[in-house]
Each structure stands twice: as C-alpha cells, then as structure tokens.
Ligand binder design. Structure first.
Ligand code: AMP
Length: 386
C-alpha cells in the first residue's frame, strides 16, 4: 500500500516489455478495470495489441522508462533484461515493482547465487570463471559433468554448455567467453525433476504462493508444466516455504518465480529466480482461483492477494513455432479445441519461428495423468498429427 492506500481499479499500470507475459498481465489488469500502458519498440507487440496505450521505444531508453513511470501509478516489467539503471533512475519518479534491487540480482547469475547463498538458500555448487586457469581450478573443485553458463543475458537454455569431461574445457570456454563479461561454472545436478513455485508478495509483506509445478524442458525451453507436481507432500511444502522466504529475503513486491531442482533424496536446490510472471505459472489461468497475472496486479497495487488454491489438476503445454511448421501454416485449432478441458491462449505473434513461444494450452481434468495425456493430444492435434 502507498501512503495514500492501494492503487485501485481505474488507475494506470505500466509494463516494460510487450511479449506474451505483458499481454496476459494487461488482459487481466483491464478485466479488473485498470488502464495499461506498454513500453516496447514494436507498436504491434503482443501486449501493444491489448494495451490502452503504447510508448514505442527501446527497453533500454532511460527517458522512455521514466516517461512510463511518470504516466503510470505503478510500473512492472515482463522480462529481466530491462535496463536496471534506467529502472533505478525512474524509481525516484514513482513506483516500479518489483524494484531495481531484485531486478539486478535476477539479471546476473553470480549476483543471484551470491544473494541466495548469503540468505541461506541451497544452490548447486558453483565458481566464478574468467580465464582458462579459472576453468581448470573450477573443474578440479566441482568435477564433471558441470555446466558453464554466461552470468548475464542467458535465457531458455541459451548461453550455456554442458561439460561432460575436463577435455571439453577449452572449447566450452571459447564458445561462451565473448557472450558475457563473466561466466559461472556450476555442478551438474542429476535431478529427479524440476519444479517451480511462484510467490506473490505485497507492499505490506503478505506472501501467497501458488502450488509447485513440475516442469519438463526440451532443448532448454519449457515444454510442459504438470500440477500438482508429482513429488512427496513434504517436498511440496518445503518448496513453497523456500519460495516464500526468498520473496521476503529479496524484498520482492510483485511476483518471484523460483525454479528448483529436486534431487533423488528429495533435496531442493534453487536453479534461478525471475521477478515476474513465469511460463510455468500459466496453468494458474485456468486452474487456480486467481491467475498469476491477476496476482501480480494485486501485489503491485497493494490489494489483498488472491487465493492461490488449485481448483483442478492441470497440465500446460507450450506451443512453439514448431507446431506451425508441422501444421504447414496455422495450427488445426478446431481439432485441438475438441480435446476435453483444453483452453487456448494465443499470443498474437505474426511470425511463427522454430523455438518461438507462440501459444499455450491448459488442460484441466479430474487427475493429472489424464490432464497430461489430453494436453499432449491437444498439441498433436494442433500440429496436424492427432
Ligand atoms: P537455466 O537457463 O539455468 O534455467 O537452465 C535451463 C535448463 O538447463 C534447466 O531448466 C535445466 O534443465 C538445465 N540445467 C541448468 N543448470 C543445470 C545444472 N546445474 N544441472 C543440471 N541441469 C541444469
């Protein structure tokens, strides 16, 4: 809450970034009676198509970020690679939530792991790497297999190489060295599965977490989210607790998605955090009392957080441009929507490229295995293979 109280429907919310996350945020915000302004270089961005107004400028344009903050009652962002300096400067002119502190941490894997360790959260063993000599020392310490990642600007599995043995060392170093000022070498975690928890935290410190989702990736990109995650109840509770404590420790106002590895013996290790809505939280749109996007609106506006209870088992499948390519054009929506419980969320992107996130389908069903098989079937049908 601000000194003046919560930011109520009728107010104007700003979002930096015009992708699908901004779009779904804007759709929920508008449903709730807010006005939405988006900052994106593309006037016809997925968010631009549904916002009330657009500032057409690069994300890094400090003047444009400031204009957005001045025009809006509160501003948020839909991806991490927003210019944190521009956000920090603009913060003086109004509310940016989450603030630049957690944004900076999430932008750099070294700062991120440092902040998590400092606050007592478990992460995979890691070392900072600059030179080849650092690499040699790192591999001696951590062993192989290991994962070499760029500290900055990696996403969806980009900017990382798995080191199967010390022999790969030079090649791995050479392949990433030019992409980022700093590199990080992490122990390869032989995880049982990957989960994520989205925590929402309001200005008064209230926290609400969505149920953990079990996430399967293909080529480093999220493919399927399964909820409830197929993990023991004590692991579920520990994951929710950890996400809630991370939201507190990093003083998040808004959402923070916490991605974790679950090891064979049920241990949790934090892989990364994102202070924004997350692909693995799309299931909330059709299976929770409150969607992650409405929750973000509530959190940044200082309204009471909504119920995060799960109303039904659910599976989300991502539809990448690959589906368009398999279908030889527009997917077969009629066939896909014939699957019981399937709900389509299409992002309004004009060009379907391989690997590009174009849409997702949520399928609710009485049990999670049925939801999984129906969700996969819906995607197959969309691709013309059903
Ligand atoms: P990231 O960009 O860090 O989220 O990594 C993308 C995907 O790579 C993760 O979702 C994991 O499937 C895999 N991955 C990343 N780091 C590790 C690790 N230290 N051990 C095992 N797998 C990893």
């Amino acid at each position: 809450m601000t000194a003046a109280g919560p930011i109520l429907p009728g107010a104007t919310l700003g979002v930096v970034g015009g992708g699908q996350l901004g779009r779904m945020f804007a759709l929920d915000a508008r449903r709730m009676g807010y006005r939405v302004v988006v900052l994106d270089p593309d006037p016809e961005s997925p968010t631009g198509q549904v916002a009330n107004d657009r500032i057409v400028a690069p994300y890094a344009d400090a003047g444009a970020v400031r204009e957005l903050v001045e025009r809006c009652d509160v501003v948020t962002y839909e991806f991490e690679n927003v210019n944190a300096d521009a956000v920090a400067t603009a913060e003086g002119a109004g509310h940016v939530r989450p603030g630049s502190g957690v944004l900076r941490i999430a932008q750099n894997r070294l700062l991120e792991k440092g902040a998590l360790v400092e606050n007592g959260f478990p992460v995979p063993e890691y070392v900072e790497v600059d030179t080849i000599a650092d690499m040699v020392r790192g591999v001696e310490k951590i062993g192989t297999p290991a994962v070499l990642k760029t500290a900055t600007s990696g996403y969806d599995g980009k900017g990382q190489v798995v080191l199967r043995s010390a022999v790969d060392l030079r090649e791995a170093h050479a392949s990433l060295r030019g992409q980022s000022e700093a590199l990080i070498l992490e122990a390869f975690v032989p995880f049982e599965l990957e989960i994520s928890v989205i925590a929402a935290r309001g200005p008064d410190g209230d926290v609400a977490c969505f149920p953990p989702s079990e996430n399967q990736h293909v080529n480093g990109i999220l493919d399927v989210s399964i909820v409830p995650a197929r993990i023991p109840d004590e692991v579920r509770a520990a994951a929710v607790n950890m996400a809630s404590e991370i939201a507190d420790a990093l003083d998040v106002i808004g959402l923070v998605a916490v991605e974790m590895f679950v090891t064979e013996d049920g241990e949790l290790l934090v892989n990364e955090i994102a202070p924004r809505p997350h692909n693995s939280g799309h299931y909330t749109q059709d299976a929770c009392a409150t969607s992650q996007f409405e929750q973000l609106v509530r959190a940044i506006c200082g309204l009471p957080l909504g119920s995060t209870s799960l109303l039904s088992p659910v599976v989300m499948v991502n539809l990448l441009g690959d589906v368009w390519s398999a279908a030889g054009g527009a997917p077969d929506w009629e066939a896909a929507l014939g699957v019981r419980g399937a709900v389509l969320h299409l992002y309004g992107k004009s060009e379907a490229r391989i690997g590009r996130k174009m849409a997702h389908i949520n399928v609710t069903a009485p049990d999670v295995e049925t939801a999984l098989s129906r969700a996969l079937e819906a995607r197959e049908r969309a691709a013309g293979r059903g």
